[in-house]
Design a protein around this ligand. Sequence first.
Ligand code: PGA
Length: 243
Amino acid sequence: MMIMEIHVLESPDVLAKRVALSIALLIRNYPGRLICFAAGDTPMGMLRELVSLQQCGACNLNSMYYIALDEWVGLGYSDKGSCSQVLRDNFYDPACIEKNRFRLFDGMAEDIDAECSAMNDWIKIHGGIFLAVLGIGLNGHIGFNEPYAPDEEGCFSIKLDEMTKDISEKYFGKKMQVNTGITIGWRTLLNSENLYVLASGKHKAQIVKKAFTGELSHSIPASLLRRNENLKVVLEKEAASDL
Ligand code: PGA
C-alpha cells in the first residue's frame, strides 16, 4: 500500500520552520545516523533554521553524519553555485560540522566511477540513509535523477536534461557549460528511512501535481518516491495550488 502525507503550509518561511523542527526532533532521537540534504534553493531556509535551532540548544547537528545528494561534474567548491559551495557555505560551515562527518561529491574527480564507489561506501558504512530532504525539479527530477534515470542502486553519473541545463544559470549567476551530473540514485533515496520532498512557488505547481497525483512514471522520477511509506511532501501553498 502506498501511504504519503501531503502538508500544505502558508509560506516558504513557515515551511522552513516546520520542517526544521521535525528534523531537529529526529536528530535528537536518532544521533549518529546519516542525513542527505539537497543543495537547491528550496531547502536553504530550512537549513538556516536548523543552524538557528542548534544555536539555541534545540539540537546537536554534530551528532549526525551527512552525505551530499549530487554535484555538477567539472565543478568544485571554488565554483559559486556548485552543490559543495552552497552546502558548505550555508550549512556545514555555519553549523560547525566536523569535517569527518560529511562527504560531498567531488565533481572535479578524475575518476567519477571511483567517486561514486566512495559515496556508496559512505552510505553503507553509516547504515544507509536515515533521512533525505529533497527538492523537485521542474522536469520532475530528484537530485540529478533526470527523467528515465537508471533503475539501479547507488550513485552514478548521468547526462543532464536540457531543462536542468537551462535552469542551471540561476545557481551560477552566469551561463556555464554543464553536461553531466553525479547523483545518489533514486533507488537508494527511495530506501531512506525518512523522506521529505519540499516545494515552494507557483512555478512548481504543475510538476507537483503530476508527481504526487499522477501515475508513477520513470518520466517523472519524483513520482517513484511515492513507494516509500514514510514520504512526506511539504508544500508552500502556491506550489500546492494545482492539487
Ligand atoms: P530548487 O531546485 O530547489 O533550486 O528549485 C530543485 C531541483 O532542481 O531539484
